[in-house]
Design a protein around this ligand. Structure first.
Ligand SMILES: [Cu+2]
Length: 181
């Protein structure tokens, strides 16, 4: 091996430094581009809400929880993640159609994922976590809490019932609920 001079080593370090800086700049630019030009933001970007009064007003009151279909046909499901349950513990969503999921917590930090889908978010008190997705096919999916939130954490699991579009029948008030719970 040829012995390198001190200057060679410094020059090599500088080259690698520039290379790494370029990689970081490209990744950073991609993140900014996705956020600004494509509107892709982290799931926690759904707005702020006071965890103390979550259940009293605005969208997370009891009557608003679960799945609803708006006048424009948009499907939105709202779920409260609390120690140690999801409320409601079961939601119904249609397959093959965009669904917006909105979550919030009245107590501590929770997290959730829906098994076999790209839905995966933290639920931080004070913020609304929003995930948009399309469920590809009908089935019963599990939605466990994936952030340790206390002694009952392992019991904290909900069910997502994905039904065929023909079986997705909102009531006159635009709401759809699981048959039991
Ligand atoms: Cu939890």
């Amino acid at each position: 091996m040829v012995a390198q001079s001190e200057q060679d080593v410094v020059a090599s370090e500088l080259r690698w430094g520039v290379f790494v800086a370029l990689v970081v700049a490209i990744i950073f630019a991609a993140i900014v581009w996705a956020a600004v030009a494509m509107g892709r933001n982290p799931p926690s970007d759904g707005g702020v809400i006071d965890p103390k009064t979550l259940h009293l007003s605005r969208e997370f009151t009891e009557a608003n929880l679960g799945t609803s279909v708006g006048q424009d046909g948009a499907v939105v499901a709202r779920v409260v993640a609390a120690q140690f349950q999801f409320i409601p513990a079961c939601i119904v969503v249609p397959a093959g159609r965009p669904v917006t999921l909105r979550f919030s917590s009245p107590d501590v930090i929770h997290g959730l994922l829906i098994v076999g889908t790209n839905v995966n978010t933290m639920v931080v008190p004070g913020y609304i976590s929003q995930v948009r997705t399309v469920f590809s096919r009908p089935g019963v999916l599990l939605m466990p809490c994936h952030e340790f939130c206390g002694l009952g954490h392992s019991q904290m699991i909900a069910t997502v019932r994905v039904v065929a579009p023909a079986d997705f029948k909102p009531g006159p008030d635009g709401r759809v609920a699981c048959a039991h719970g």
